[in-house]
Design a binder for this molecule. Sequence first.
Ligand code: TXA
Ligand code: MG
Length: 306
Amino acid sequence: MKVNFNQALSLLQKNEVVAIPTETVYGLAGSITSEDALRKIFETKKRPFFDPLIVHISTLDDIDKIFDNPPSVIKKLADTFWPGPLTIVFKKQKHISNLITAGLPTVAVRMPNHKDALRLISKLRKPIAAPSANIFMRTSPTSAFHVEEEFGEKIPVFDGGDCQIGIESTVIGIDSHNNKLEIYRPGAILKSDLEKVVSPEFQVVYKNSESSPGQLKNHYQPAKPLFVVSHPDEIFTPFFDKFSKKMELVLPLDPLLAARQLYAVMRSLSKENIDLIYLVEDKYPKDGLWESLWERIQKASTPLPS
Ligand code: TXA
Ligand code: MG
């Protein structure tokens, strides 16, 4: 069910959840001070309580109200990349609900680069918690229509247009003791972008999935199985014989366009009368933003038998 700006605001004020646009993907939003709203987010998504949520803010002043003694590197990153697709994980202040953080001592925060999302948060006069607005483990929505497909009439959606980035934010943690910035989830803000801002003081490293409870091996999965093959001929090997109807997932080579389209294409192919979707790895680059795209594609895909 579509709602307008004032209805979305009023629902948030009444501690209801509303799907809202951001530049990355649509979020399922609720006030950070409402345990009811936070619980409803988890229930709606069928998300386990061990997987923490991201707090979305609309002003840099909120940094000091959420993080406990944030070091200057956080301010530097926020000044450079916010509003934008970067989520920073750091020690939380006591008042931040354990429901948001899954009982962790840290909290994830970002300022979305979407005018409607920013206006909603600032009019609500408090931050909102919002995970991606999809059923747990499934493909994130990049349009209001996708959210309606996912949740039907159950969840009100504020339509702010198609998401301009199209994949979820880069999530980083700060290890102040060892002067390390750790990438938990790659996204549109790349390792090289972060290095430009924090090097040589901080070293930027990729961190394995245990650091971020939501970084499971399988994620973002479309409704039809997706297989990644390296070469088009592989689709004619015996394993694929049992699937009669197959369609190729084709992406533009420009990574900005590919990111914007990836989830929408995964969704639309899943609606075709086919048995599987395949993507030919050799056709696409590996570096830059493609690295983040490959992380999503690998997690969305079904492994080939070895
Ligand atoms: O672009 C985005 O980040 C979107 C939009 C709506 O803002 N949100 C999003 O939320 O992707 P979600 O909940 O689907 O993913 C949040 C990720 C998960 O992998 C979660 O484990 C990680 O952030 N995360 C949240 N709090 C954390 C914490 N305290 N420590 C480590 N990882 C954390
Ligand atoms: Mg998600």
